[in-house]
Write a protein that binds this ligand. Structure first.
Ligand SMILES: C[S@@+](CC[C@H](N)C(=O)[O-])C[C@H]1O[C@@H](n2cnc3c(N)ncnc32)[C@H](O)[C@@H]1O
Length: 266
């Protein structure tokens, strides 16, 4: 399972995360969450649980202004190194990155005005433990947000059984496959109030319309076969079919991203 793989192996997927950050559905979902957090320019403190390589930083900076406090926490040290380099490159002197677990963050209670996570609850759970910890470090009345997706691709294929095997990879690989459909319940169970959700559709009719599609579907396949999530022959058949459809302009793929925001009781 992907969440059981060592941090250093996960770090090999850095290029997928970089591309993910700009895929419109993920970016719009993250921006929607960030807007709902009601960050005050130059005066807010914000924490991102599972910040990865800091890909959210440009969006965070455009809301936070030039002062304030931003902390990113992630257990993958190689990602934290990239995040620190990114902050230095972008001039985000108020950004700080710590190695840590979303379920036990190295922060005090009520230390932040707001907290969010992006594609983390699907890998690290249970959701209640992660959200509970995000709520703990956020002040009373502060907002907590999450972006998650259902990694089920409605993908064109002349061989539906290979598309099924492709989708089965993610069901087996993640910790909580359906978390995106249950965000409202998880937020309520954490004690958060005024919970609102929004969904975003990712769609393409070309494998090359945005770098993420090929990076996620094609370039990761050797990793999936190596760790036994799909057999080599099926993976090859799926990709050969996909490339042929793409070349004939008969390819399309879609999936759904969900975002939620709730408020800590005052
Ligand atoms: C799909 S990546 C998303 C990273 C980042 N939020 C982004 O959108 O680019 C999932 C992230 O969750 C992190 N992660 C896995 N287990 C975690 C845990 N227990 N606590 C915090 N983060 C965790 C991984 O290291 C990885 O950076």
């Amino acid at each position: 399972m992907l969440h059981d793989i060592s941090s250093e192996s996960v770090a090999g997927s850095g290029h997928v995360l970089e591309a993910m950050a700009t895929l419109p559905a993920f970016r719009e979902a993250r921006r929607w969450v960030l807007r709902q957090l009601e960050i005050a320019q130059d005066a807010s403190s914000l924490i991102e649980a599972g910040c990865g390589n800091g890909a959210a930083l440009p969006d965070v900076m455009s809301l936070m202004g030039t002062t304030g406090r931003f902390v990113g926490v992630d257990p993958t040290t190689a990602f934290i190194d990239v995040a620190r380099a990114r902050a230095a490159r972008l001039g985000a002197s108020y950004a700080e990155f710590k190695v840590g677990d979303v379920r036990a963050m190295p922060c005090d209670a009520g230390e932040f005005d707001a907290a969010f996570c992006d594609n983390v609850l699907i890998h690290a759970g249970p959701a209640k433990a992660a959200l509970g910890e995000m709520a703990r470090v956020t002040r009373p009345g502060g907002h907590i947000g999450a972006v998650e997706w259902l990694p089920f691709f409605l993908v064109s294929s002349t061989r539906p059984s290979t598309a099924e095997a492709f989708n089965a990879i993610f069901k087996a690989a993640v910790h909580d496959y359906f978390v995106s459909g249950n965000l409202k319940r998880h937020f309520h169970e954490t004690g958060l109030k005024r919970v609102r959700t929004q969904t975003f559709l990712a769609h393409t009719d070309s494998l090359d319309a945005h770098p993420w599609w090929r990076a996620f579907i094609v370039h990761q396949m050797p990793v999936f076969t190596r760790i036994g999530l799909i057999d080599e022959a099926t993976a090859r058949a799926f990709l050969t079919d996909l490339e042929a459809l793409n070349a004939r302009h008969e390819f399309s793929a879609s999936f759904i991203v969900t975002a939620a925001v709730g408020t800590n009781p005052s």
